[in-house]
Write a protein that binds this ligand. Structure first.
Ligand code: SF4
Length: 348
């Protein structure tokens, strides 16, 4: 099989190339990423891939296009949906076009390794484009090797990018990391704001938190099942419940984070993150692993909290277990995707 693999960067390619080679498939790498900005970032990622392809003796085709203006022109009216509506499509379409014109018979992409990407959407787009060009679509869920590949890339000293690629993702990175804190003129400082945040296990009157739990899981029946045998934790801000979480025991080694919900007016302040940190510290002495089942939209959040090992996908979970259509933002939920955190690796 002559496989052309769209390659977004060197670190993401490490596991993809390795696992395909183990299957006896030698992919040709195809660099076409007009979504990477600014110029120096584009150059750093491209040159790292050139260096890495030489190191591992992989064939690399470079299709150069620094596309800031074209990219912004195409996504500025719908920035939130830019990945699916434009970015994936434009890169995969060019990959397929090149493959067709140059005697390849199959395509795939390294985007399938990243738990931060919209995996199912990429799969759908890839399938559609491959069929349009009469090519085979080689699908692999490379996410199982994401961490392994990243670690290897780090050990090799490859340049590791800090954001997905476009200026919008760079902006998200900045705001996420700085919590939107504005800068004050020199000589001024923020006065400490009095607040108290506490987390405790709630043994009695668990039903009191049902309304908030329903924000993360719309089935009262489901919640009642795991609430009765699970442990409920409540984070309060100045004595007001702001975030709740339920954890159940799976076996002697594993617990599952079944539900975590933050009240609307407390969202975006890091309370869910604080709650997860607390839970990991709390269960670490007694268990080896914590798992969480999530929709595709929330994978990046959990990966950032350390749930970086892909476990399994329960196909059609939301269709089979709920009477009504379940939505997460714009996403109609179908599959439940499990990730885990090794509790032995929790730093105190
Ligand atoms: S966040 Fe990443 S995938 Fe989405 S548009 Fe930006 S570069 Fe493309």
């Amino acid at each position: 099989m002559k496989l052309l693999m769209h390659t977004c960067c060197a670190p993401c390619s490490v596991y993809c190339i390795k696992s395909l080679r183990e299957e006896g498939i030698e992919p040709t790498l195809f660099w076409y990423n007009p979504n990477i900005h600014p110029v120096m970032e584009y150059v750093a990622r491209r040159d790292t891939l050139i260096k890495y392809s030489e190191m591992i003796d992989a064939k690399l085709i470079l299709k150069e296009e620094y596309g800031l203006r074209e990219f912004c022109k195409n996504v500025c009216n719908d920035v939130e949906n830019r990945c699916v509506n434009y970015c994936y499509r434009v890169r995969l379409e060019e990959t397929a076009r090149y493959a067709k014109e140059n005697g390849f018979d199959a395509i795939t992409t390294t985007l399938f390794v990243s738990p931060y990407q919209k995996h199912d959407d990429i799969k759908k787009i890839c399938k559609e484009i491959a069929s349009k060009y009469g090519l085979e679509f080689v699908y692999r869920d490379f996410r199982v090797g994401f961490r392994e590949g990243q670690n290897e890339a780090r050990q090799l000293g490859l340049y590791m990018q800090k954001y997905c690629g476009c200026i919008y993702s760079e902006e998200s990175r900045y705001f996420n990391h700085n919590q939107g804190m504005p800068r004050l003129p020199e000589g001024f400082e923020f006065l400490p704001v009095k607040h108290s945040v506490n987390i405790k296990k709630e043994k009695d009157d668990k039903e009191r938190y049902l309304k908030l739990l329903l924000e993360a899981d719309p089935s009262e029946e489901m919640i009642n099942k795991y609430l009765s045998n699970g442990e409920l934790f409540v984070l309060t801000y100045n004595d007001e419940p702001a975030c709740v979480a339920v954890v159940t025991k799976i076996n002697n080694d594993t617990v599952e984070l079944k539900n975590i919900a933050t009240k609307e007016n407390f969202r975006g302040k890091g309370y869910a993150k604080k709650m997860i940190k607390y839970l990991l510290d709390n269960y670490k002495p007694r268990y080896k692993k914590m798992i969480v089942g999530t929709t595709e939209n929330n994978i990046p959040f959990y990966v950032k909290q350390g749930f970086d090992k892909y476990e399994k996908t329960i196909k059609n979970f939301f269709v089979d277990n709920y009477n009504e259509e379940i939505k997460d933002g714009d996403l109609v939920c179908t599959d439940l995707i499990y990730y885990s955190k090794d509790l032995k690796k929790v730093e105190r």
